[in-house]
Ligand binder design. Structure first.
Ligand SMILES: Nc1nc2c(ncn2[C@@H]2O[C@H](COP(=O)(O)OP(=O)(O)OP(=O)(O)O)[C@@H](O)[C@H]2O)c(=O)[nH]1
Ligand SMILES: [Mg+2]
Ligand SMILES: [Zn+2]
Length: 293
């Protein structure tokens, strides 16, 4: 039998097949191979009585370690205009990872009832990304957001408290996801179950809500290498070939076409600044460093 994993929790995998969800365990051989089935995985499974066993994971198009989701088609990077405030460096890191993994990003600026998103919209529209302005309080942007859901897995990420679950509840009230106060979420005592869970909202359209993961998790588990980095800033692509030196890092060099584009107002300076910060972080990193991590 073939199905899709909706949720993975403490060694159990909930596999949906023909609108029935089967509780499965994984074959021991996965652990031996260092492989864990993830939410979003398409799997072959067998039934032994009531219980299922995941036998095989079908090749993934991509996967993320934290939050643990496979086969992501679109990533909705949610930030809120206040409580918590946006951090473009975090956004740009996630955009780089999306580009590397072949996931199409959508930027969602939520809580615009508290503060306008103009500044951020300007940066990311200019760079060619899809952006949506939303407010769960005023219920704005909800229909537009719904229109951006695509076939496959639509993953909602963003720091705790930005309003991922609130947005999803507005789109699909039947999901009835738990939402909470920001102060509570940032407090020490809060016990969150860190999960990624899929919901099929239309035929073939899945939503993945991730609770308890922060954008920090994504970054510390995924790495973009120095040579790949410029290409993951997609608006740099038009200029990279025109730099004076082929070894140009596009950070400070004379004759850099990317820097020239920044100076001419074609690339937003904040994107370039974040690029330089990321470049600095990873410039000494090699493939083997990562494998040892
Ligand atoms: N003013 C305002 N508050 C909002 C908006 N969206 C969400 N909130 C509030 O922000 C808080 C956090 O929202 P959640 O939907 O729980 O946030 P989340 O991103 O799902 O957080 P985690 O599940 O912890 O990752 C709740 O108190 C919401 O009522 C909005 O557009 N405007
Ligand atoms: Mg939530
Ligand atoms: Zn350059």
């Amino acid at each position: 039998m073939r199905g899709i994993i909706q949720k993975a929790i403490s060694g159990f995998f909930y596999v949906k097949c023909d609108s029935v969800v089967y509780e499965c365990k994984a074959r021991g051989s996965f652990r031996a191979k260092g492989m864990t089935p993830l939410a979003g995985d398409v799997v072959e499974f067998s039934l032994q009585g009531e219980k299922g066993v995941v036998e095989e994971i079908i090749d993934r198009s991509n996967f993320l370690i934290r939050p643990p989701v496979a086969n992501v088609t679109r990533m909705f990077i949610v930030s809120s205009m206040q409580m918590p405030s946006p951090n473009t460096l975090l956004i740009d890191r996630q955009l780089s990872i999306c580009e590397k993994k072949g996931i199409e990003p959508v930027l969602v600026f939520n809580k615009t009832d508290m503060k306008t998103a103009e500044y951020y919209e300007d940066i990311y529209k200019k760079a060619g990304f899809i952006t949506v302005i939303t407010s769960c309080k005023d219920k704005t942007g909800v229909e537009q957001l719904k229109g951006l859901l695509c076939e496959g897995i639509n993953l909602f990420t963003g720091n705790t408290g930005v309003g991922k679950s609130s947005l999803l509840n507005l789109l699909f009230p039947e999901l009835d996801l738990k939402t909470g106060e920001v102060s509570e979420k940032l407090g020490r005592g809060r016990h969150t179950t860190r999960t990624a869970e899929l919901f099929e909202v239309e035929n073939g359209v899945y939503i993945a809500d991730t609770a308890g993961f922060s954008t920090f998790d994504i970054e510390s588990y995924e790495t973009v290498l120095k040579d790949e980095l410029p290409y993951t800033f997609k608006e740099f692509g038009d200029y990279i070939g025109d730099c004076k030196f082929t070894s140009c890092s596009h950070t400070t060099e004379k004759g850099c076409a990317v820097i020239a584009a920044v100076n001419e107002g074609k690339i937003h300076p904040e994107r370039h600044k974040n690029y330089c910060t990321l470049y600095d972080e990873i410039k000494d990193l090699r493939e083997w460093n990562i494998k040892q991590k």
